[in-house]
Design a protein. Structure first.
Length: 380
């Protein structure tokens, strides 16, 4: 429960409460893109900060700081109308989000593995979906009668309750020493640069849809009143998605599963950009919500499998690539949308996401060839 709430705080609210509130803020598309980029830059800073925590007690302190920072930063958006202050607040929210997501996951996931319940880690990440559902329902409802200021206050209040729950559940959770030393797993011979490049593509594409989906649907003739419900569908689809994609990866392999998720996310993004039919919009929301968490979870797990002896370094490489995509994506999409509408912006997101699929295919072919190659014979 503590990890589930932490994921709701970190990404479900810390990042994505912005999505349904954005149309209420009265800012232009370029400014909206920069606010999203500021939040994602903060996430990169926070992720790197979390990776440098030297001790378990320091990791707990940073986790608690992050839980408080996200709640305060959400409420703080209601205190000012200054664009620079907003960008700094969203930067702080991104830092807090990363501290919570990275450090809570570092506490919860290994403990589940030690308990022999590793498959439940997917449900831990499903908390992101809970936060999205809350932002598209309760927070958006408050915004409908109290404007963006009331919505930010509501986001802060809901986040504070979830943060408190997470703190109470995780405050005594620490790493336990394993009973024995397991042999190191054999590295998977998949080219890490290709995985990192595909993860950059996912970060670039996913954040565009995740930032602007409600704005896009509200701008679609006849769908103004359905925009927040489309965002709720995203959240509902996200809750089981990490666990579902984990099962697919376990049975079909990481690269094929990641490639399929990239293609489905591409289809959802393109559908949102090309069709204004209600069924198409909700199908797009379902495809998006059902894939973005799965891609993140599988990419991270795959990276660890590729370099089991250097998992921390690999996590850093993947995080930086993904974060760069998240920073650049909203700014590029906003620029396109301001000059040519949302269709070219969403098609850019779809195209970049799709590039990840052949990169993964190339890497899988190399892995298969490496696995079939005979081991070198030792000279005697």
């Amino acid at each position: 429960m503590g990890g589930f709430c932490a994921c709701a705080v970190s990404l479900g609210l810390g990042r994505f409460a912005y999505t349904p509130i954005l149309p209420l803020m009265g800012i232009d598309t370029q400014s909206a893109g920069w606010l999203a980029a500021s939040n994602n830059l903060g996430y990169l800073i926070g992720a790197l900060w979390a990776s440098w925590a030297p001790s378990e007690s320091e990791r707990h302190r940073l986790l608690n700081f992050g839980l408080a920072l996200v709640a305060v930063s959400l409420a703080a958006m209601a205190w000012t109308r200054d664009p620079l202050a907003w960008n700094l607040i969203r930067l702080a929210a991104g830092i807090g989000s990363a501290l919570v997501f990275v450090l809570a996951s570092a506490l919860v996931v290994p403990r589940l593995v030690q308990m022999g319940r590793a498959k439940l880690s997917g449900l831990h990440f499903g908390g992101v979906g809970l936060g999205i559902v809350a932002s598209g329902s309760a927070i958006a409802w408050v915004g409908s009668w109290a404007a963006d200021t009331g919505a930010w206050w509501a986001a802060g209040a809901i986040c504070a309750m979830l943060s408190a729950t997470s703190f109470l559940c995780l405050r005594h959770l620490g790493k336990q020493q394993a009973a024995g030393t397991a042999p190191p797993p054999r590295p998977v011979p998949f080219p890490l640069p290709l995985l990192a490049a595909s993860y950059f593509c996912a970060g670039f594409g996913y954040i565009i849809t995740g930032t602007f989906l409600v704005v896009v649907v509200r701008a679609t003739p006849g769908l103004h009143d359905w925009a927040n419900w489309a965002w709720v569908v995203v959240g509902l689809a996200a809750i089981p998605s990490a666990a579902a994609w984990g099962w697919v990866a376990e049975h079909k392999g990481y690269a094929p599963a990641l490639g399929a998720a990239h293609i489905l996310m591409t289809a959802g993004t393109a559908l949102l950009g090309l069709s204004g039919h209600p069924a198409a919009v909700f199908l797009a929301a379902l495809l998006y919500g059902g894939t973005f968490l799965g891609i993140a979870g599988m990419a991270v797990a795959f990276g660890r499998a590729i370099t089991p002896d250097h998992a921390a370094r690999t996590m850093g490489i993947l995080t930086v690539g993904f974060s760069i995509g998240q920073i650049v994506g909203p700014v590029a999409a906003a620029k396109l949308a301001q000059s040519g509408g949302w269709t070219p912006a969403l098609m850019l997101a779809a195209a970049v996401t799709l590039v990840g699929a052949p990169l993964l295919t190339i890497g899988e072919l190399r892995r298969v060839r490496a696995a079939r190659s005979p081991a070198p014979q030792s000279q005697t």
